[in-house]
Design a protein around this ligand. Sequence first.
Ligand SMILES: NC(=O)c1ccc[n+]([C@@H]2O[C@H](COP(=O)([O-])OP(=O)(O)OC[C@H]3O[C@@H](n4cnc5c(N)ncnc54)[C@H](O)[C@@H]3O)[C@@H](O)[C@H]2O)c1
Ligand SMILES: O=C(O)C[C@H](O)C(=O)O
Length: 288
Amino acid sequence: MSSLAVIGTGRVGGEVAFLAAALGLADELILCDAVKPLERAQVLDISHAAYDVTIETDPALLRDADVCIFTAGRPRTPDVKTRADLLTVNLPVIDDCCRALRGFGGVLITVTNPMDVNNFLFSRCLDLEPSRCVGFGGQLDSARFALRLAKEGIAGGPAFILGEHGEHQVPVFSRLGTGVPVEKREAVLTALRGASMEVIKGKGGTAFGPAAHITRLAETVLSDRRDEVVPCSCIVDGEYGLSGLSIGLPARVGRDGVEEIVEWDLDEWETAKLNEAAGFIKKLCRDA
Ligand SMILES: NC(=O)c1ccc[n+]([C@@H]2O[C@H](COP(=O)([O-])OP(=O)(O)OC[C@H]3O[C@@H](n4cnc5c(N)ncnc54)[C@H](O)[C@@H]3O)[C@@H](O)[C@H]2O)c1
Ligand SMILES: O=C(O)C[C@H](O)C(=O)O
């Protein structure tokens, strides 16, 4: 029997729970939210879809879940400029949920922003093996990158975003198989930095895009599919010359989390951006 937990069943978590039920990702869903009427409503609403899944809400069950998707905490509003600006407001939520997750031994997928920092903090406060902490955001950013490349008429692929899930994201141009000059790279990067804000302004927050990719990541973990290389936030121990943080890198993911961080030869522009991203995330971790 497989079980999938979602902590924080708001806009993103609720969508993930519904998709997980619809896709039959797990036999059991464990849904937890601090706002109990919302939690109850999400359970009822998904139950009414009559999918073949058991839905529980007992927090004591969290520690035994195979995968836990963490989507609790405040999202950005149009006045919050960067995801990093959510650090202070979401730290108490991480702290609170660490207590609820004490003894957890599955794979934790961190979504809550600032995601890279939160992923790292979870590993430390839960004493969870670093490889079991997988930060989500890279797949979503990469999908936005692919769309932007198509819009700019830049052919090639695959489109990958590494680095921070935030202002310090690192689009990988060197694997596109087509040369893209630095000025064009910077223009694409600027557009990518603003990609989600239009959604936030228009409908209050991103939901469908994240939920689709989060469920794909959870499915990759649960089915132990290590064949694909996915961009996700990994806790590094020397890879790419980095350590002591979680940062977006290409990885193979399976039932135990990050099975392998894949080392690519990045070009000079990308390496400089990745090192800047690492410095920025490390500073945020120090401030946490
Ligand atoms: N990494 C990504 O790619 C990505 C994508 C989308 C959203 N996000 C982030 O995900 C987070 C959630 O976004 P959202 O739009 O779903 O927000 P939301 O406000 O709709 O939902 C958050 C939920 O968390 C719950 N919550 C708060 N504190 C809690 C606690 N201590 N225990 C349990 N539940 C608690 C709230 O009651 C709420 O229902 C935000 O930080 C957002 O920035 C990240
Ligand atoms: O942009 C945000 O604040 C939400 C999320 O990180 C996203 O990329 O959709």
